[in-house]
Design a protein around this ligand. Structure first.
Ligand SMILES: N[C@@H](CCC(=O)N[C@@H](CS)C(=O)NCC(=O)O)C(=O)O
Length: 210
C-alpha cells in the first residue's frame, strides 16, 4: 500500500523525539501519531501492538507501507533520505562510520543504561547502579565531545539522540557534572526544529501547540 507521507509513531519526550526532530530538520513529509505506551493504543484508537509487536516507539511507517523499528536504524534511514546537512555522510566517506559508532554507543550504552530509572518496579539498588553507569558514560561523552556538536562543527545524527537523553538526565540526575553537555543541550534546544517538536509533543507549555 502507498501513503502520501511517512508516519512516525511517537510518545512525548521518549526516544522517538530524535527521529521526530530529524524529520523536521530534513523537511521530510510525515504525520506524527501519538502512542499511549501504557495502554498500547495510538491516538486514533488503533492497537499499537499490532503495528509494532515489540510495543516500543519509535516506529516509522514508510511511504511504501514498510514498517521500520529501532531508533538507531530509523535515524540512519532518515539520514540516507536527505542530502541536507551532514546528518549522515554518504557511503564511501569514512566519517559515516564515526557517526554510526556514536549512534550505536548512544543507543546501546547510554539509552539502555537509563531504562531502569524509568521503571517503577526497579528497586533502589538497581536504580543506583543504573545511575552510576549512566554517569560514567556521560563522563566519557563529556571528555570526547568535540564541540559545538558531538563530532565537531557539523550536527550529525548522534546529536539529536544525545539531546533527547540529556533531557531525561536534566530531569532525573541534573547536568551540573557535565558542563559541555549542559551547554550543548541548551544550544540545541534553540533550533527551530527542536522548538517545533517540543511544542508539538507538549514540552514547551508556555506556547500554543502548532
Ligand atoms: N530497541 C528499541 C527500544 C526503544 C525504546 O526503549 N522505546 C521506549 C521509549 S524511549 C518505549 O517505547 N518503551 C515502552 C515499551 O517498550 O513498552 C529502539 O532502540 O528503538
Amino acid at each position: 500500500m502507498r501513503y502520501d507521507a511517512m508516519k512516525l509513531y511517537y510518545a512525548p519526550g521518549a526516544c522517538s523525539q530524535a527521529p521526530h526532530i530529524i524529520l523536521h530538520e530534513t523537511g521530510l513529509s510525515h504525520d506524527a501519531i501519538r502512542v499511549d505506551l501504557k495502554a498500547k493504543r495510538t491516538e486514533d484508537g488503533a492497537d499499537f501492538a499490532a503495528i509494532n509487536p515489540k510495543g516500543s516507539v519509535p516506529v516509522l511507517e514508510l511511504d511504501n507501507g514498510e514498517v521500520l523499528t529501532e531508533n538507531a536504524v530509523i535515524l540512519q534511514y532518515l539520514g540516507d533520505r536527505t542530502n541536507l546537512g551532514e546528518w549522515l555522510p554518504p557511503l564511501g566517506d569514512f566519517r559515516r562510520y564515526r557517526v554510526l559508532e556514536w549512534l550505536n554507543y548512544i543507543t546501546t550504552e547510554l539509552h539502555k543504561s537509563f531504562a531502569p530509572l524509568f521503571k517503577p518496579d526497579a528497586g533502589d539498588e538497581v536504580k543506583a547502579f543504573a545511575k552510576k553507569t549512566v554517569e560514567q558514560r556521560f563522563d566519557y561523552v563529556e571528555k570526547q565531545f568535540a564541540g559545538p556538536y558531538v563530532m565537531g562543527e557539523e550536527a550529525t545524527l548522534p546529536d539529536v539522540y544525545l539531546f533527547v537523553i540529556l533531557g531525561w538526565a536534566e530531569k532525573m540526575i541534573g547536568l551540573e557534572k557535565w558542563p559541555r553537555l549542559a551547554e550543548f543541550r541548551a544550544m540545541f534546544a534553540e533550533r527551530p526544529s527542536v522548538r517545533h517538536v517540543l511544542r508539538f509533543e507538549g514540552s514547551l507549555k508556555e506556547e500554543t501547540a502548532s
